[in-house]
Design a protein around this ligand. Structure first.
Ligand SMILES: *Cc1c(COP(=O)(O)O)cnc(C)c1O
Length: 349
């Protein structure tokens, strides 16, 4: 593969980052007169008068062993969306470089590419939502900087075949981003276990789904320390606020609670699957390794609208290529799922 330094945008290589007060002195003790903070307190009484740790050291110390990596291999961001954006800002020269995405997939890869004025090449997933490895490899050119893979994929819910991901990693000399937002529901090993083998691998995970912390905005990129150092250099200095960092540190003691919720959600997914099987208007239920089910249903768009009238909100994917006639349903609580099933039955009575 190409060296990280060769993949970087020239401007990023030469940039001198902003050096915050907390960069220049990172000790915990001291008389802090360096950051123009309010020494008395905050108006709400919370511990907010001091700037937070720009590198979230305490959280990363606890998180690293959980993920089986070193703290310096972890970037924490304001949602994994921040990490997605940083890949473009660090590595993709506007109007020169391009990336490859595999639709149907998560919309943010294209949005971030567009915002950063980076061209996107689309290579559709196969009919069963797997990687067309030959087509992906054929579409690589000298300006292709990154290939975006999402496993389990959104909105389809399926895992990508690991041997296909490895084939891409082995044959592409740029970055391969594997978005594992739904990793906790999949019951398979993370690609992060392959970081020593592949310096060009970036794994994205999030606290928004299984951990139930979407409102706090915490995402992570796990990658070679050299890549993480680049992200740290160009991110906003204080990208995770104090509340978020404190809650994250608390959360990391509660992995068993996360696991219990995942178990419950997977049970509910099975229940929903079996109920959907009894509804004839539902023509197909795709297998899911995620916390959602993609279904083909008669009159999908109309069904969506009628559900909205009942204040039951699912995702209409019926206009998405390869998802024609599809709705994506997030697995809810038993009560919520019962309401959904009852309303679908009424609509298609
Ligand atoms: C939900 C989701 C994310 C998570 O984004 P956050 O910014 O961390 O909330 C990332 N990737 C995919 C594919 C998702 O579905």
């Amino acid at each position: 593969m190409r060296a990280i330094q060769d993949l970087l945008r020239p401007i990023i290589k030469s940039i001198k980052p902003y050096s915050s007060a907390r960069d220049e002195y990172s000790g915990v003790d001291g008389v802090f007169l360096d950051a123009n903070e309010n020494p008395i307190g905050s108006v709400t009484g919370g511990p907010f008068n001091r700037y937070p740790d720009p590198y979230q050291r305490e959280a990363k110390q606890k998180l690293a062993p959980l993920k089986g990596v070193k703290p310096e291999q972890i970037f924490l961001g304001n949602g994994s969306d921040e990490a997605i954006d940083l890949v473009f800002r660090a590595f993709c020269e506007p109007r020169v470089d391009n990336v490859i995405i595999l639709p149907p997939t998560y919309g943010m890869y294209r949005v971030c590419a567009d915002i950063n004025d980076v061209a996107v090449k689309e290579v559709s997933l196969t009919e069963d939502f797997q990687i067309d490895v030959d087509a992906v490899l054929a579409s690589i050119d000298e300006n292709t900087k990154a290939i975006w893979l999402c496993s389990p994929n959104n909105p389809t819910g399926n895992l990508l075949n690991e041997w296909d991901i490895l084939a891409i990693l082995n044959q592409f000399d740029g970055l391969v981003v594997v978005d594992e937002a739904y990793f906790d529901f999949a019951g398979v090993a993370s690609m992060a276990t392959k970081l020593d083998e592949f310096k060009n691998l970036i794994v994205l995970q999030t606290f928004s789904k299984a951990w139930g912390m979407a409102g706090l905005r915490i995402g992570m990129a796990i990658a070679d320390a050299e890549i993480i150092a680049v992200f740290n250099k160009i991110k906003y200095p204080y990208n995770l606020n104090t509340t978020t960092q404190l809650e994250l540190i608390k959360a990391l003691d509660k992995e068993p609670q996360k696991d219990l919720m995942v178990k419950e959600i997977l049970e509910q997914r099975n229940w929903l699957f079996s109920e959907f099987e009894k509804i004839t208007a539902i023509r197909k239920i795709y297998n899911s390794h995620s916390n959602s089910l993609l279904i083909i249903i008669d009159d999908a768009h109309e069904t969506y609208n009628k559900l909205i009238e009942k204040l039951v909100v699912v995702r209409d994917r019926s206009n998405v290529k390869l998802c024609e006639g599809c709705l994506r349903v997030t697995v809810g609580t038993r009560t919520e799922n019962e309401i959904l099933v009852a309303e679908i039955k009424k609509i298609h009575a």
